[in-house]
Design a protein around this ligand. Structure first.
Ligand code: SF4
Ligand code: SF4
Length: 486
C-alpha cells in the first residue's frame, strides 16, 4: 500500500491476540496531501469550478424588477426565479427539474463515467478550493507533509493561523451566500454586520459555512469514499463502453525507472517509469495502476501528470487516459469510441432526458400565472335575499404567481338566471405575488332551481392589469362547484 493510501484496516487485524493486548479495531485515515496537477484536465476543472461558483456566489446578488432575481422564500412560500413566481402548487415543476437532473446524470454517467464527481460536485469543488488554500499558504505537497510532521513552533502556528483565517473567511462567505438564496441577501449581509440579522438565516449560514469547512477541509476524500451514495450506485450505469479513466497496463508494464536517454527497446520495460506522480496527485490517494476502483472520482489529475511524464520521456501520451473497458480488451480502438455513443442504453437515456426537458419547458411556458380556488361556503346556509332570489355563498381565492399586477373577471353558468355578486364586472386587481380572498354570492330566481345540489361552473379570465381591455390574450380558468336549491 502506498504511503498515501487510506486504510481502515488495523495493522493487527489478522495477528493472534495476546492476553491484555489492546485490539485496535479502527485505524484512522492518513491525511492526504495531493500534489497540484497542471494540464488540459486541470484547466477544465478550473473552468467548471469558476462557472459553477460564479453562479452560486453571484446569482443571489442579481436584481430583477426591483427584487432579488432568484429568491427561494420558504417562509413566504414563494420561489422567485427571475420573472417567474412559483408557489407550493408548482412543486410539480420541481419534480420535473429533478427528473431532468436524474436522466442527465444517468446519460452522462453512461457516456463518460464520473464527470459530475470530477468536475462539478460541490464536494470536489470545495475540496479543490481548500487544497488551493493549503497550497497557497503552506506550499506544495512535500512542504505540507514536512510541516505536518514538524513539532509546534512559532512558524508553524503562524502558517496554520493564516491558513485557518483564509479558510474561515471562505467558509463564512459560502455560508452567507447559501443563506442568501433563501433571504434577501442585500438586506441580510448589512444586517449581519449591524447585529440585526434574523437567527434563522444566521443559523443556516453558520451551518452551511461549518459544513463547508468540515467536508471541504477536514473530511475531504472521506466524504466521497464513505458517505456519498452516488459513488455506490453509479457503477450500475457503467457498461464496457463507458469512458473511464484507465491505466493501459499492457503498454505500461513491466514498470520501472530508467534513464531518460535510455532507448526503450534496450530496457525491456513498459512505458510506466514508476515515478508515482499519478499517486501523488490523486485526491483520494489511490493508485490508478491497480485498475478501476470505486475511490476514483474521475478528476483526471493522473492523466495530466502522466502525460507530462510521457512528454518528457518522448513517449506517446495516453498511458493513463479516458478510454473504455472494451478498448483495453482490444474489442475496438480508441478511434471507434465515438461510434459507441449510438448504443441503445445511451440513446434511451438521451431520449428520456430530451422528453423530460421538453415536458419541463412546455409545462413552465404554459403554466397558469393565476391560481384560483373556489370553495362553497358551507358555514352560510342557502337563503332568500332581499330581492327574493335564492342565494348561495362561495369563497374565491386568487393567487397571482407573476411579477405583474393582474386583473381577473368572473362569470357563472349552469342554471338559468344565475347572477354573481361580490366581484366587480370590470374584475379584481391582484398585486404581484399576492393572494386575495373574496366572499362571493350567486343567486337566481327560486323557480329556476329544484331542491338539491346542482352543478355549476365559474369561468375566470385573467390578464395583466395594464392590458385590462385586451380580451384576446386573456387566459381562462374554469372551476366546477355546486349550487344548492331548497
Ligand atoms: S505517472 Fe505515469 S509513468 Fe508515472 S507512475 Fe504513474 S503511470 Fe507510471
Ligand atoms: S485515480 Fe486519477 S482520476 Fe481517479 S481520483 Fe485519482 S487522480 Fe483522480
Amino acid at each position: 500500500m502506498s504511503e498515501q493510501q487510506t486504510s481502515q484496516t488495523p495493522d493487527n487485524a489478522n495477528k493472534p491476540v495476546a492476553k491484555g493486548q489492546v485490539i485496535e479495531l479502527y485505524k484512522g485515515a492518513k491525511r492526504i496531501h495531493p500534489k497540484m496537477a497542471k494540464g488540459r484536465f486541470a484547466n477544465l476543472r478550473i473552468a467548471a469550478l469558476l462557472a459553477t461558483q460564479a453562479v452560486f456566489y453571484l446569482v443571489p446578488w442579481l436584481v430583477w424588477n426591483g427584487r432579488q432575481a432568484v429568491w427561494f422564500d420558504i417562509i413566504g412560500r414563494h420561489f422567485y426565479i427571475f420573472g417567474m413566481v412559483l408557489e407550493p402548487a408548482d412543486l410539480l415543476y420541481l419534480s420535473g427539474l429533478l427528473m431532468v437532473s436524474a436522466f442527465g446524470l444517468f446519460w452522462w454517467t453512461t457516456v463518460a463515467g464520473r464527470l459530475w464527481c470530477g468536475y462539478a460536485c460541490p464536494q470536489t469543488v470545495y475540496t479543490e478550493v481548500m487544497l488551493w488554500i493549503d497550497h497557497l499558504v503552506e506550499g506544495d505537497r512535500n512542504k505540507r507533509m514536512k510541516l505536518d510532521k514538524e513539532p509546534w513552533n512559532a512558524r508553524k502556528i503562524r502558517i496554520k493561523a493564516v491558513k485557518y483565517l483564509i479558510i474561515f473567511v471562505v467558509a463564512a462567505w459560502t455560508g452567507i451566500t447559501f443563506a442568501g438564496w433563501f433571504v434577501p441577501i442585500r438586506e441580510f449581509v448589512p444586517a449581519i454586520f449591524n447585529g440585526t440579522a434574523g437567527s434563522g438565516a444566521l443559523g443556516v449560514a453558520a451551518f452551511y459555512g461549518f459544513m463547508t469547512w468540515l467536508f471541504g477541509h477536514i473530511m475531504r476524500e472521506q466524504v466521497c469514499l464513505h458517505m456519498c451514495p452516488y459513488a455506490r450506485f453509479q457503477s450500475a450505469m457503467f457498461d464496457h463502453d463507458t469512458l473511464i479513466i484507465s491505466y493501459d497496463a499492457e503498454r505500461g508494464e513491466p514498470r520501472g525507472a530508467r534513464k531518460k536517454t535510455a532507448a526503450k527497446e534496450d530496457t525491456n520495460l513498459g512505458d510506466c517509469v514508476n515515478c508515482t506522480l499519478c499517486v501523488q496527485v490523486c485526491p483520494t490517494g489511490i493508485d490508478i495502476r491497480n485498475g478501476l476502483q470505486y475511490e476514483c472520482i474521475g478528476c483526471a489529475a493522473c492523466i495530466d501528470v502522466c502525460d507530462e511524464v510521457m512528454d518528457k520521456m518522448g513517449y506517446p501520451r495516453g498511458l493513463i487516459r479516458y478510454t473504455t473497458e472494451a478498448v483495453l480488451k482490444h474489442e475496438y480502438t480508441d478511434a471507434d469510441i465515438k461510434k459507441r455513443l449510438r448504443r441503445p442504453k445511451v440513446l434511451w437515456y438521451g431520449l428520456a432526458l430530451l422528453a423530460a426537458i421538453i415536458g419541463l419547458i412546455v409545462g413552465i411556458s404554459t403554466r397558469q400565472t393565476m391560481q384560483i380556488d373556489v370553495v362553497k361556503d358551507r358555514g352560510v346556509m342557502v337563503r332568500h335575499n332581499k330581492q327574493g332570489l335564492l342565494e348561495n355563498t362561495y369563497k374565491f381565492s386568487f393567487s397571482n404567481a407573476s411579477e405583474q399586477e393582474q386583473r381577473v373577471t368572473a362569470s357563472v353558468e349552469g342554471l338559468e338566471g344565475l347572477k354573481l355578486a361580490g366581484i366587480p364586472e370590470e374584475g379584481v386587481s391582484v398585486p404581484p405575488g399576492q393572494i386575495i380572498t373574496l366572499p362571493v354570492k350567486v343567486a337566481t330566481q327560486p323557480e329556476n332551481v329544484a331542491k338539491g345540489s346542482h352543478p355549476i361552473v365559474f369561468t375566470f379570465h385573467y390578464r395583466k392589469a395594464e392590458d385590462a381591455n385586451d380580451t384576446v390574450h386573456a387566459r381562462e380558468i374554469r372551476e366546477k362547484s355546486i349550487f344548492i336549491g331548497d
